[in-house]
Design a protein around this ligand. Structure first.
Ligand SMILES: NC(=O)c1ccc[n+]([C@@H]2O[C@H](COP(=O)([O-])OP(=O)(O)OC[C@H]3O[C@@H](n4cnc5c(N)ncnc54)[C@H](O)[C@@H]3O)[C@@H](O)[C@H]2O)c1
Length: 334
């Protein structure tokens, strides 16, 4: 099966490319250049790609041309401006990329008859956050206080409207939350910030240590996306789907920082960052009962193991290619 991943040079995209390749699929990608030192580079993802197109999804004509030329069987649309804090710095690029970019991908897929399944990736942040403890279900209202969340909610509604209005390629929406795993070089994400501070022997400054967040290993989340693609290929899977972690993983940021520091060992520490920070959503939990019941998907890595794998990855990051491929093989054997 030939999979096209938009955003293959990013964190999830690099893991997904290698996961699909390990499962015997042909993989192509469409994205901007990777951030220097990103997993895409360190794990040698380019070596497994059938096509590696560096195209801006804000350009409708180029996006359509590239998708039609590659003629994949399945498209997983990950490409996005994916950081909340960058969305405050540059809301226009965030909305252009996440909303109009998604429209361009929907149009490109619609004009490519080879595509039999299309999975559009949004996020848990699409839900209107009413600070409740119970997990959000797929039929809950959407919202978005910050520009990133609003742009992803718009992409989600746009995709729903596209499916209702034009039908065409079997398309589904996947919503997942914070993921962790080796090789995330993004700024302003907890685990990358912690691990890079531990590596350099300095205390990690932590924002919102008392916030409770759900944590999931990137491989469990990606396995959810692929389970959904399989369901679409089998004639089901339409609609919106949550792929969240188990309830045991709803822990505070401080708890994650403490556990990660203990796993890292000598010299690892963190401090409360008292700076002035823009609004970030409080507790957001997903109820993934629908995906478990109807797709048979489940998380394979409980939270403590997800954290352990992430810290182990960092320790072995001198050979990112080997540790990433080895963790994928172990995951698929679970
Ligand atoms: N990482 C998380 O914790 C998380 C949580 C929920 C949802 N998501 C969603 O998952 C997806 C991937 O996230 P990630 O963590 O891998 O992000 P990332 O920032 O690591 O990667 C983003 C990818 O999108 C590409 N991209 C950005 N702007 C583009 C443009 N204009 N044209 C073409 N490509 C462009 C980048 O080149 C990169 O390949 C995003 O849709 C994000 O909203 C991520």
């Amino acid at each position: 099966m030939h999979y096209l991943i938009t955003g293959h040079t990013g964190f999830k995209g690099a893991w997904l490319s290698l996961l699909l390749s390990a499962r015997g699929h042909t993989v192509s990608g469409l994205a901007l250049d990777p951030t220097p030192g990103a997993l895409f580079e360190t794990a040698g993802v380019d070596s497994i790609l059938a096509n590696d197109e560096r195209i801006d999804i804000r350009d409708a004509a180029q996006t359509a041309r590239a998708v039609q030329t590659m003629s994949p069987d399945v498209v997983i649309h990950l490409a996005a401006q994916a950081l909340v804090r960058d969305s405050y710095r540059d809301p226009r690029t965030t909305f252009d990329t996440n909303v109009m970019g998604t429209l361009n991908v929907l149009e490109a897929v619609g004009a490519t008859p080879s595509v039999k399944a299309h999975v559009v990736i949004t996020t848990d942040k699409v839900y209107r956050n009413v600070n409740r403890a119970a997990g959000y279900v797929e039929s809950d209202a959407l919202g978005g206080a910050d520009p990133y969340s609003a742009s992803k909610a718009m992409a989600d509604i746009l995709t729903q409207s596209w499916i209702t209005s034009f039908g065409g390629t079997p398309t589904a929406i996947a919503r997942a939350g914070n993921v962790i795993g080796g090789g995330d070089v993004s700024r302003d994400r907890l685990l990358p910030d912690l691990l890079s501070a531990f590596t350099s022997g300095t205390p990690a400054p932590i924002r919102y240590p008392d916030s409770v967040r759900p944590w999931q290993h990137v491989l469990d989340c990606l396995d959810g996306y692929l389970t959904l693609a399989d369901a679409l290929l089998d004639g089901g899977g339409l609609g919106e789907w949550n792929f969240g972690p188990g309830e045991e993983s709803f822990v505070t940021v401080a708890n994650v920082a403490d556990r990660a520091a203990a796993l890292w060992g000598a010299g690892a520490s963190w401090v409360r960052d008292e700076g002035d920070h823009p609004h970030e959503a409080g507790l957001l939990a997903l109820d993934s009962t629908k995906a478990e019941r109807e797709l048979g998907w489940r998380n394979r890595l409980p939270f403590p193991l997800s954290l352990e794998w992430s810290v182990d990855w960092q320790r072995q990051s001198d050979d990112a290619s080997a540790v990433t491929r080895s963790q994928i093989a172990t995951f698929d054997a679970l």
